[in-house]
Design a protein around this ligand. Structure first.
Ligand code: PBG
Ligand code: ZN
Length: 327
């Protein structure tokens, strides 16, 4: 006999919090989170980013303090973005030994050796034209960009980064980075590739924060069309073949189906990047009193985990970790 209403009542298992806890299918934990930070040159700099309330431009010394706080809350990893002293056509500071990310990596690893320091590898914060690669004849030249992107990754790893995360979306960059790391004796440094990264309007607040908006055109010639999911599987497959150790889908909330499909299909650790626009929307609504920030943030992050992400990169990481520990 198949039980159905009135014998069957699904509400029974939702009656009390302890019961709900027992049957909860998805457990979000501070250990799932990665905290992205923006580093700038200088000392004692801690400047709030207008488009991302609660996030700051941090000099290396302040980045150490911020990272220490995140680690203390149970967040195991940070992701570093750099705002250089100056920009040029080839993004020189991206791969400079005294580049801002390199300085911050050294400072953080010296104080917090157990914290996993991941670096975002791209040229757009460092180029005067704001594109993620080298521009030749008004176009982003894939193959010429590879060498500089690989050099950037190697420079980060030489400074002590535990993991590198290329976000440029050039074809062949994972392979190029792997070769460059291996040649440099950095065989044990893993690559987390932004494998399926979309040309998204939700990067808007980040581009204000990183001063990295393209000065002409857009990124649609290298980042993915938001309408495509089968192509995302090909992007991921290609990065795995080139040697990616973990894969990422970005953004997260508008792309939960992409996360779910990637989870079904691939066995690598899967990360999802809940980007600046997702953060800014929740922050703005919360600041207006239109959403309960704690509940909305934890619901959004739980949804991303439920879709299949093992790792969630989020600007809410410190707050979320604090709330999770208190609950
Ligand atoms: C650099 C990069 C971007 C983001 C991560 N790495 C911006 C972009 O591609 O324009 C977006 C992060 C965010 O919006 O939070 N390529
Ligand atoms: Zn870029």
């Amino acid at each position: 006999m198949v039980a159905t209403f009135p014998a069957l009542r699904l509400r029974r298992m939702r009656r009390t919090e302890p019961i709900r806890r027992m049957v909860r299918e998805t457990a979000l934990a501070p250990g799932d989170l990665v905290y992205p930070m923006f580093v700038v040159h200088g000392r004692s700099v801690r400047r709030e980013i207008e488009s991302m309330p609660g996030c700051f431009h941090l000099s290396p010394d302040e980045a150490v303090r911020e990272a220490e706080e995140a680690l203390g809350l149970g967040v195991p990893a940070v992701l570093l973005f750099g705002i250089p002293a100056s920009k040029d056509s080839v993004g020189s500071e991206a791969y400079a030994e005294d580049g801002v990310v390199q300085l911050a990596v050294r400072a953080i690893k010296a104080e917090l050796p157990e914290l996993v320091v991941i670096t975002d590898v791209c040229l757009c914060e460092y180029t005067d034209h704001g594109h993620c690669g080298i521009v030749v004849g008004g176009q982003v030249d894939n193959d010429r960009s590879l060498e500089l992107i690989a050099r950037t990754a190697r420079s980060h790893a030489e400074a002590g980064a535990d993991m590198v995360a290329p976000s440029d979306m050039m074809d062949g960059r994972v392979g190029a980075i792997r070769s460059s790391l291996d040649e440099g004796g950095l065989r044990d440094v893993p690559i987390m590739s932004y494998a399926a990264k979309y040309a998204s309007a939700f990067f808007g607040p980040f581009r204000v924060a990183a001063e990295s908006a393209p000065q002409f055109g857009d990124r649609k010639g290298y980042q993915m069309d938001p309408a495509n999911v089968r192509e995302a599987m090909r992007e991921i497959e290609m990065d795995i073949q080139e040697g990616a150790d973990a894969i990422m889908v970005k953004p997260a909330l508008p792309y939960l189906d992409v996360i779910a499909r990637a989870r079904d299909r691939f066995d690598l650790p899967l990360a999802a990047y809940s980007v600046s626009g997702e953060y800014a929307m929740l922050k703005a609504a919360a600041q207006n009193g239109w959403l309960d920030e704690r509940n909305a943030v934890l619901e959004a992050l739980t949804g991303i985990k439920r879709a299949g992400a093992d790792i969630i990169l989020t600007y809410h990481a410190k707050d979320a970790a604090r709330w999770l520990r208190a609950s």
